[in-house]
Unconditional design. Sequence first.
Length: 130
Amino acid sequence: MKLQTATRLGLYAVLELARDPERTLSSADLAERYGVSGHHLAKVLRTLSAAGLVRGGRGASGGYRFTGNRRRITLMDIVALFEPAPGSRAEEPGEHTEIGAALQRVLTEVDEIAEATLRSISLETMLKGK
């Protein structure tokens, strides 16, 4: 499973903010910390905000805070906000052949295992000892 940049940024942002839900960080702080574009991260934060995982505030004390439940939210919950739903991807060249179909079955199984793993890991588990 290859994750899009927005997905990785979403994971970074949620995990960073969930470390201390009382702390507020600006998108610029987060972008600098992870060495990414502030503009791209702002779009990711809007998606996370719409999903109810973070809350943004404006002004001098503005920024983002984690508002979700660390024990209930899994890594897959965040991944699902940015990645296409399983089975909704476009057909790849060669998939219609016998070898292509066999390879696709294996790759689909790999994706299912990755998805199951991501569903089994909560934010709380990721942040233990942090």
